[in-house]
Write a protein that binds this ligand. Structure first.
Ligand SMILES: Cc1cc2nc3c(=O)[nH]c(=O)nc-3n(C[C@H](O)[C@H](O)[C@H](O)COP(=O)(O)OP(=O)(O)OC[C@H]3O[C@@H](n4cnc5c(N)ncnc54)[C@H](O)[C@@H]3O)c2cc1C
Length: 411
């Protein structure tokens, strides 16, 4: 176990950090635990930001993972509004952006990522928004007080599509731009992107595939239009950019740790420095569900890696083997994904594509590696065991939606 004297510093105060602090205390760690977070809020959940918080159905206090008093009760010190700016590995201390130095026995890096920005002309105009934090959404909502705003969303991934669904449902005119020839290009290659395309178009969203952004135009410092790669100029009152994140790992990279895309960790969440671990969106880790190391951006990964890191610190190391899963809400459709479809060679659809409930099952060498379930919670619940066990299945039975997936799980 880490020396209690200097305690544990957690860089970041998000989903993974919150779970780590709780797991350390639940596991009996009695030394100092300090969470340093550069936002103004105690740990909160991000999924509602592009769903119920954006739509106004949920208030800010209901985003908090725990009431603020919980952290004091657990003797977890929160240093909010402060950033870890440097890591001195030799002295085993971090330096904050106000020059405070904090010693550590173990440092856990849980700093997530920041939104990738557009790099075209005009990005300094007002009215350009990102979707990562409470502050981002508050800023976006302030621009949406007038009805029927013309919103151009750059990026047809989960964040862009969830935002499109909320804004369209709120009566705004929404255009989604995607440079690839399908939606969700980064995560899934199957009938799912086509289903989502039809879903959004059916709700009146103008989705443009294979379309990039050349520049943003405006007057009086305010964005007024988006110049497309096709040459067209789209009028816009607001632009929402959802083109992925950049992992927040610069202080670790400056301290000499390998950070090719996130900080590299092993299956125990350890970096190459035995006193520094990394978890959550910023951790590039080996996964038994992927042929190459992956960096996953999901609540499941943040929570399960935090539990794994706590075990490592507490001297009860268990490798990280949790099955990745994810969800997304768009209009009335709930999409649930289990496993990672990277490297699949076969797809089998259960049900009628485009008419939820239906599921797509991904196989490699005859074994189930992932599922996408569209408003089909039963397949999601039952199919997880097929993914975890990489079960070899009879494709004819698998394709029959009247055969429950639990019937395909070996006894
Ligand atoms: C809009 C949105 C919707 C999402 N929807 C879903 C969903 O439906 N399902 C799902 O599974 N996942 C979803 N996710 C992903 C999920 O929220 C993330 O995977 C999860 O929050 C990752 O947790 P984390 O602790 O690694 O990072 P974060 O929650 O991002 O926390 C990291 C914190 O560290 C801070 N920080 C960064 N650098 C420093 C530093 N140097 N010093 C101090 N603090 C620092 C950051 O500002 C941030 O507050 C969504 C994410 C977003 C943004």
């Amino acid at each position: 176990m880490a020396e209690a004297a200097d305690g544990i510093i957690i860089a970041g105060a998000g989903q993974a950090a919150a779970q780590l602090a709780q797991s350390l205390r639940a596991g009996g760690y009695a030394g100092p635990v300090t969470m340093v977070g550069d936002e103004a809020f105690p740990p909160y959940e991000r999924p509602p930001l592009s769903k119920d918080y954006l739509s106004g159905k949920r208030q800010v206090e209901r985003l908090f993972l725990r009431p603020p008093a919980f952290w004091a009760e657990k003797q977890v010190e929160l240093r909010l509004g402060r950033r870890v700016a440097g890591v001195d590995r030799l002295a085993r201390r971090v330096v904050l952006d106000d020059s405070t130095a904090l010693p550590y026995a173990k440092l856990v890096w849980a700093a997530g990522g920041r939104p990738r920005r557009l790099s075209c002309p005009g990005t300094d105009l007002a009215g350009i928004h990102h979707i990562r934090s409470i502050a981002d959404i508050d800023g976006l909502k302030a621009g949406l007080v007038l009805p029927e705003r013309r919103v151009v969303i750059v990026g047809g991934g989960y964040i862009g599509l969830e935002s499109a669904a909320v804004l369209r449902s709120g009566g705004h005119h929404v255009t989604v731009l995607e440079t690839q020839d399908r939606l969700l290009a980064r995560v899934t290659a199957s009938p799912v992107p086509q289903f989502l395309l039809n879903l959004h178009r059916g709700h009146g969203v103008d989705v443009r595939l294979s379309t990039g952004v050349e520049g943003l135009t405006g007057g009086d410092g305010q964005v007024a239009g988006v110049r497309l790669s096709t040459g067209e100029l789209l009028p816009a009152d607001l632009v929402v950019v959802g083109i992925g994140i950049i992992p927040n790992v610069e202080p670790l990279a400056a301290a000499g740790l390998a950070c090719p895309d996130g900080v590299q960790v092993d299956e125990y969440c350890r970096t190459s420095d035995p006193d520094i671990l990394a978890i959550g969106d910023c951790a590039l880790h080996p996964s038994r569900f992927a042929p190459v190391p992956v960096r996953l951006e999901s609540v499941q990964n943040a929570i399960d890696q935090a539990k794994c890191a706590a075990g490592t610190i507490l001297g009860q190391a268990e490798p990280y083997t949790a099955m990745p899963w994810f969800w997304s809400d768009q209009y009335a459709v709930k999409m649930q994904t289990a496993g990672l479809s990277i490297g699949h060679d076969t797809q089998i659809v259960r049900g009628a594509v485009g008419v939820p409930p239906f599921s797509v099952v991904y196989l490699r060498d005859g074994r189930v590696i992932a599922l996408d379930c569209l408003s089909c919670p039963r397949d999601f619940m039952q199919g997880r065991a097929l993914v975890t066990g990489a079960v070899a299945v009879n494709p004819i039975r698998l394709a029959d939606p009247t055969v429950e997936l639990k019937a395909l799980v070996p006894a």
